[in-house]
Write a protein of this length. Structure first.
Length: 388
């Protein structure tokens, strides 16, 4: 039988339990609120920034006839931005020229992340995801060349687009053929001879951009697969001197390249491989006409000198020719450089010969590691003549 004291004690205990439970519930509600507030604060509002936003930097052969939809034309041309957020997306459309398809390479915070195949319909491509909510940089470069078509860039999506950092002061232009285009070096998606001939293209991993990044320089690639100085791989032309003026490397007078838009400190020329090649065996090939080759190469150098009066010019040998063909090209280059120094009184023309052949990629082109070694071999010589 309970006494009045027992009943009072029991009631008091129940009150304490009720108050304790209320405190626990209140604490739990408070903790849940903190978690929800923290989660909400971490969610980033993604915005779309147009292609003509001043924080977006462009480099290379790009057609700006429509500033809101610039056409990425040349191999290795690129745009780069600084942003804050957890992700980054770009709006791209492939021209889909004659059913061909382009690739874009992604470099995030200085680290190469791979290629994306661009669709013919405007598509949003996520180039960065699950990042820390802090400052990042991304470079989107055209892996394929102008002959495959252009890629239209319509904007970028991220949390916050930051003011662009200052570009490197040094500038290099690389003039060349499929080697400079990075043909046959990227087997990350498809092995050699398994698809289209350009499915292994990656200009952004070719020796030019690799060398430029080593030297903290901007790069511009003026290169076309199969092209030569006096004749092409499987045709008499049009050769590089005839298409060099056009943004799209065509012979017509439309879309002429503005040489004042990018004035290089150094011009590297790696041409001659296709002049000396055996071609595709469909068109008869005779031996290279030495006088025509040397004459047209000299005239091309004179043209480059008119465009860039102060630039250093370096004539580079073929990294894939071997034997007598390699030695003959090197002899012609020596004659050309001696002429420029002696007859044209141009002391800013140099020559560089690779010490070996680099042929571990598709169709006996340099592979990815070959391009790294080519850049490493060139770097000390370029640093010396440029005093970089």
């Amino acid at each position: 039988m309970f006494t009045s004291r027992d009943l009072l004690y029991k009631a008091h205990s129940e009150i304490i339990i009720i108050l304790t439970m209320k405190k626990i519930i209140a604490i739990l509600i408070l903790l849940l609120s903190v978690v929800l507030i923290n989660q909400c604060s971490q969610q980033i509002i993604v915005k779309t920034f147009p292609a003509n936003h001043p924080a977006i930097q462009y480099t290379g052969r790009i057609d700006f006839s429509d500033p809101e939809k610039p056409k990425l034309v040349g191999p290795g041309c690129y745009l780069q931005v600084r942003f804050k957020g957890r992700s980054c997306e770009v709006l791209l459309t492939d021209q889909n020229f004659e059913g061909k398809h382009n690739y874009m390479a992604i470099i995030l915070d200085g680290e190469y992340k791979g290629r994306i195949k661009v669709d013919k319909e405007q598509t949003v491509y996520r180039v960065a995801d699950e990042l820390e909510n802090e400052e990042h940089s991304v470079l989107i470069g055209k892996a394929t060349e102008a002959g495959i078509g252009y890629v239209e860039f319509s904007g970028i999506r991220c949390g916050e687009l930051l003011p662009s950092s200052e570009k490197p002061q040094r500038k290099i232009e690389f003039i060349g053929n499929s080697i400079t285009c990075g043909m046959g070096l990227d087997l990350s998606g498809l092995p050699c001879d398994s698809a289209e001939w350009y499915d292994q293209h990656n200009a952004c991993l070719a020796f030019g951009p690799l060398l430029a990044r080593q030297l903290n320089a901007q790069w511009l690639l003026s290169s076309v697969s199969g092209i030569g100085i006096e004749r092409n791989w499987n045709s008499p032309g049009p050769t590089m001197p005839l298409v060099y003026y056009n943004t799209y490397f065509r012979t017509d007078s439309s879309a002429l390249w503005n040489f004042s838009s990018y004035v290089p400190d150094l011009v590297s020329i790696c041409l001659g491989t296709n002049d000396f090649s055996d071609g595709d065996e469909k068109i008869p090939r005779v031996a290279v006409d030495s006088s025509k080759f040397v004459s047209k190469y000299i005239q091309f150098l004179i043209t480059i000198r008119k465009n860039y009066p102060q630039a250093v010019i370096c004539c580079v040998s073929s990294p894939i020719l071997q034997g007598i063909k390699a030695r003959t090209l090197e002899r012609y280059i020596s004659i050309i450089v001696d002429y420029m120094i002696g007859k044209e009184h141009d002391s800013k023309v140099f020559k560089f010969f690779f010490t070996r052949a680099y042929t571990h990629g598709c169709s006996s082109h340099p592979g990815q590691e070959d391009h790294v070694m080519m850049a490493d071999e060139l770097q000390p010589f370029i640093a010396k003549i440029m005093r970089w």
